[in-house]
Design a protein around this ligand. Structure first.
Ligand code: G4P
Length: 531
């Protein structure tokens, strides 16, 4: 949070805004909690988890989330560590996660990828990784659960390189594993850090540090483990990729750390190195070139809209990532796309686990602003009249589709209004068959849970009972419009042509084979995975 002891420039430079990505159960929640513990934002570990086990976590605003005990929408947390001001963007790992998860990554300056040492790279991680790669942001890897028997660390590095197609560079190396996980060896200052006690992860782990050759470690590590470590270090020096900060910043090389979020072993060495390496907010591309975060003009873009934070008021919160300038409570800004002035009253920030009203905020910060229905994903807000617009947030291809209509035809108007609003929020994507009426629509979502969210919200917010029939399509591709005359398309039986709200042609496929078939049979056609 803002603090008078820092100048504006220092406020920008001390900000670190990142997302944590992982497959469910790899330990993202536990690691986030341990960051908060080390930052002093919570006094003892266990609070985030116990809230979760009460099936009511902080980010579970929506009723449906409470019922299911999972996080549908992603949230944001801010805390301080060692003069850094950290914004963590939470990306739900649940397999039913939505497009929101992808969009959240648009607001992050880097990502931490948590991998379970017994599983290696898993499906959900792969998907989220691809979005980070698309943006070219730095990705840092934390190999978790080293207190359990897992795969060989060399194997895990190979897995990362092969499955994700990124070079890896271990920054530290585990000393033992499972019950014998004693500490880490830091390759870049030749230091050993042995962990003593973390009160089972409840409090900060104590550690003994010293040079690799220091004799005090002999009885602590034991002869065999020491020999093994020396052998592995030698192998790493010959075989591994070397650290290169420039390659890290470009997203071509991932620094790898080992640890156990549960016991806290390795959490602080990771946090410290990561904060030093990961960049502060950098210049962002707009229609007017790169915008320097330290410029005076306040700018930011909306990457997520969350409705129903308070069902009684049907309020919507728009999440704004600040890109430049200082934000002050109550300031009036230009809504560039709408050409309107908007007063930002009652903006909220998400500190540790609470929501507070924010007085000032800086580039890298995320603030929640009240949305009376005027914001869309990707909108830019700007203090002066310069009409800066940030590069748009891509639409990601949905993977599940359904045909929907209203059970009661008298409710057609509400049906359309609800569907349009939810599409504006980015919760669903809407398509129709060319020449088909609006009574029946096809919707696409990234995670199947979104169907339930849609049904629930249409019923509770718009009084509309839905009839829904899931469709067998799994893949969507946008047709580059001037690449092909769609009336001439030769389509296989299991593929359908629809159009989006801008009347652009879109194809829905049941399998990858059909995509290839279309490309082979329709010379010159260009299909895109992101719009
Ligand atoms: P997620 O957010 O990525 O889904 O994972 P989460 O942190 O919820 O962790 C999933 C499970 O893995 C939890 O166990 C958690 O305690 C455990 N875990 C996380 N980090 C470590 C680690 O470093 N070592 C070990 N051994 N386990 C770890 P659970 O049984 O599902 O939940 P709970 O009963 O512990 O709350």
């Amino acid at each position: 949070m803002a603090d008078d002891k820092f100048s504006f420039t220092q406020e920008v430079e001390r900000r670190r805004t990142f997302a944590i990505i992982s497959h469910p159960d790899a330990g993202k929640t536990t690691l986030t909690e341990k960051f908060l513990l080390y930052g002093g934002a919570i006094r003892s570990a266990g609070s985030v988890k116990s809230r979760r086990s009460q099936k009511h976590a902080v980010s579970d605003w929506m009723e449906i989330e409470k019922q299911r005990g999972i996080s549908v929408t992603s949230s944001v947390m801010q805390f301080e560590y060692d003069d850094f001001c950290i914004n963590i963007l939470d990306t739900p790992g649940h397999q039913d996660f939505s497009e929101d998860t992808y969009r959240t990554l648009m607001a992050a300056d880097s990502a931490v990828m948590v991998i379970d040492c017994s599983k290696g790279v898993e499906d959900q991680t792969k998907k989220l990784f691809q979005v980070c790669k698309l943006r070219g942001i730095p990705i840092f890897t934390f190999i978790n659960k080293m207190d359990r028997m897992g795969r060989d660390p060399f194997d895990l590095l190979e897995d990362i390189e092969k499955v994700l197609d990124i070079k890896s560079c271990p920054m530290n190396w585990p000393i033992g594993s499972g019950k014998d996980f004693k500490g880490v060896y830091n390759r870049y200052d030749n230091q050993i850090e042995l962990f003593m006690d973390g009160n089972h992860g409840q409090s900060i782990a104590k550690a003994v540090k010293g040079q690799l050759g220091d004799e005090k470690f002999n009885p602590l590590i034991g002869h065999d483990l020491h020999e093994q470590l020396l052998g592995e270090i030698e192998l790493l020096d010959i075989a591994g990729d070397h650290f290169d900060q420039k390659e890290v910043l470009k997203g071509n090389l991932t620094p790898v750390f080992f640890g156990s979020a549960l016991t806290n072993f390795g959490v602080e060495p990771f946090l410290q190195s990561f904060l030093d390496m990961t960049p502060p907010p950098l210049a962002r591309l707009s229609n007017q070139g790169n915008i320097d975060p330290k410029s005076e003009n306040f700018t930011g873009f909306i990457f997520k809209i969350q409705a129903n934070m308070n069902p009684a008021h049907r309020d919507r919160i728009a999440f704004l990532r600040i890109c430049s300038g200082q934000f002050d409570k109550g300031m009036t800004v230009n809504h560039v796309q709408k050409g309107k002035k908007v007063k930002l009253a009652q903006p909220q920030q998400f500190v540790a686990q609470d929501r507070v009203v924010v007085d000032s905020a800086y580039p890298g910060d995320i603030i929640g602003i009240h949305d009376p229905g005027i914001f869309n994903i990707g909108d830019t807000l700007c203090k002066d009249a310069s009409k800066i617009e940030y590069a748009g947030i891509p639409q990601f291809a949905p993977e599940h589709f359904a045909r929907i209509s209203t059970v009661n035809s008298l409710k057609r108007k509400q049906f359309l209004k609800g569907v349009t609003q939810l599409a504006e929020e980015g919760a669903i994507q809407v398509y129709r068959r060319p020449n088909m009426g609006v009574e029946e629509l096809i919707i696409g979502v990234v995670g199947v849970l979104q169907f339930e969210v849609l049904e629930y919200r249409l019923k509770h917010e718009y009084g509309v009972e839905l009839s829904m029939q899931q469709l067998p399509y799994r893949y969507l591709r946008w047709i580059e419009q001037d690449s092909y005359d769609v009336t001439k398309l030769a389509l296989p039986m299991d593929t359908v042509l629809v159009e989006n709200k801008h009347q652009q042609p879109v194809l829905l496929f049941q399998n990858e084979w059909s995509i290839k078939h279309i490309l082979d049979r329709n010379e010159g056609i260009v299909l895109k995975e992101h719009s």
